[in-house]
Design a protein around this ligand. Structure first.
Ligand code: PLP
Length: 382
């Protein structure tokens, strides 16, 4: 049985060329980048080169990049360090109801410390209305954190508009965006969109896990979240993971020139999947599905079909997809994203699966997936 992976939004396979770079770096470049000898300088060069590539990929300067352990650390640092540093200016923060938990949990933590957080709602397509950001801004707002693209339904937010609204307002709020899911397919430009802080993770773009970066505008100094050595110009303590950094650089170099071509392929695969399902006798709807959408994330509501059962039956046949709900410690937790979009009474919450594709996904795989989904969902329909 051929196994098929349709969960690239959860994590993506490492590109074979990235594996080679990691292996080479592990074998040959083990010096500590802070050491002044030859071995250390060799590692330092790798970090400096990678920083240049990361910066260029989002229209930033190398000095504006802090290398981190990934999306969670980048989000936590951006939010918590901004709040702690800026509390003399105010204690109000704006975010959305559909952020990743790497953003929502720090917000809850800050609320316990006495900060006030406004959670903006989204419409049925999962989008934050930029005008709501404008209305929510207050003289004491110190941070706005709105994700670039949503990981569950693939909605791309109007980041350019939100950035322009904050820039043109009298507010001094920093603008942070979690671009973890968007980086692989969207052309990000932090200067064009007036972004002050931006989070990236390696494992969503066929790079290694446990590595990523945080862009911090050059006029902002964020104290280090990790306390210890003076790495990353005192922004992030801890000995640099040279193989992971070199691997992420390679993943970015592979991704950049292919971005548009991949986007075209994903649009085709998405259309193929939706067409095959439409032709069959299944009742389904595509959640989100706005005109601004990550093509490779398809959130599908199969009416009357329990998502967990569909997911498990597909898994038995070697097909990996994700449910709209997350299983935590044995209990099923409804997705906060779908709840925010449709309300808690909606059957969509328990009947949604997420299909996400990427490196290695073929048209033949999509045909097989559609065939299996149609067969199993007809059997499971209540
Ligand atoms: N933000 C978003 C939107 C994500 O999808 C993820 C990963 O699922 C994260 C943050 C966390 O990133 P990491 O796994 O690198 O910590």
């Amino acid at each position: 049985m051929e196994k098929m992976y349709f969960d690239h939004a959860a994590t993506s396979p490492i590109h074979p060329e990235v594996i080679e770079v990691i292996y080479e770096a592990m074998k040959n470049h083990y010096g500590n980048a802070s050491s002044i000898h030859n071995f250390g300088r060799d590692s330092r060069r790798i970090v400096d080169n990678a920083r240049m590539v990361f910066a260029k990929s989002i229209g930033a300067k190398p000095g504006e990049i802090i290398i981190t352990s990934g999306g969670t650390e980048s989000d936590n640092t951006a939010i918590i360090e901004t709040a702690l540093k800026r509390q003399p200016d105010g204690k109000h923060i704006i975010t959305s109801a559909v952020e990743h938990h790497a953003v929502l949990k720090p917000m809850e933590y800050l609320e316990k410390l006495g900060f006030e957080v406004t959670y903006l709602p989204v419409n049925k397509r999962g989008q934050v209305d930029p005008m709501m950001v404008e209305e929510a801004l207050r003289p004491d707002t110190i941070l706005v954190s709105i994700m670039y693209a949503n990981n569950e339904v693939g909605t791309v937010m109007d980041i350019a508009k939100i950035g322009a609204i904050i820039e043109e307002s009298e507010s001094t709020a920093y603008f942070h965006t979690d671009a973890v899911q968007a980086y692989g397919t969207q052309k990000i430009d932090v200067k064009r969109d007036h972004i002050d802080l931006l989070s990236i993770s390696g494992h969503k773009i066929n790079g290694p896990k446990g590595i990523g970066f945080l862009y911090v505008h050059e006029d902002i100094f964020l104290p280090s979240f990790m306390l210890g050595g003076e790495q990353e110009k005192k922004h992030r303590a801890g000995t640099e993971d040279i193989p992971a950094i070199a691997g992420l650089q390679k993943a970015v170099e592979i991704m950049q020139p292919q971005r548009e071509e991949r986007q075209v392929k994903y649009v085709e695969l998405r259309m193929q999947l939706i067409e095959l399902l439409t032709q069959a006798d299944v009742t389904f709807e595509v959640n989100g599905n706005s005109d601004k959408q990550l093509a490779n994330v398809v959130s599908l509501w199969f009416k009357g079909v329990p998502a967990e059962q569909l997911l498990m039956s597909l898994d038995l046949g070697g097909i990996a997809v994700s449910a709209g709900s997350a299983c935590t410690a044995g209990s099923i937790e409804p997705s906060h994203v779908l709840l925010a979009m449709y309300g808690e009474k909606s059957p969509i919450i328990a009947e949604t699966i997420r299909i996400s594709f990427g490196l290695g996904t073929t048209s033949e795989q999509i045909s097989y997936l559609a065939e299996q989904v149609i067969k199993i969902s007809s059997r499971l329909k209540r």
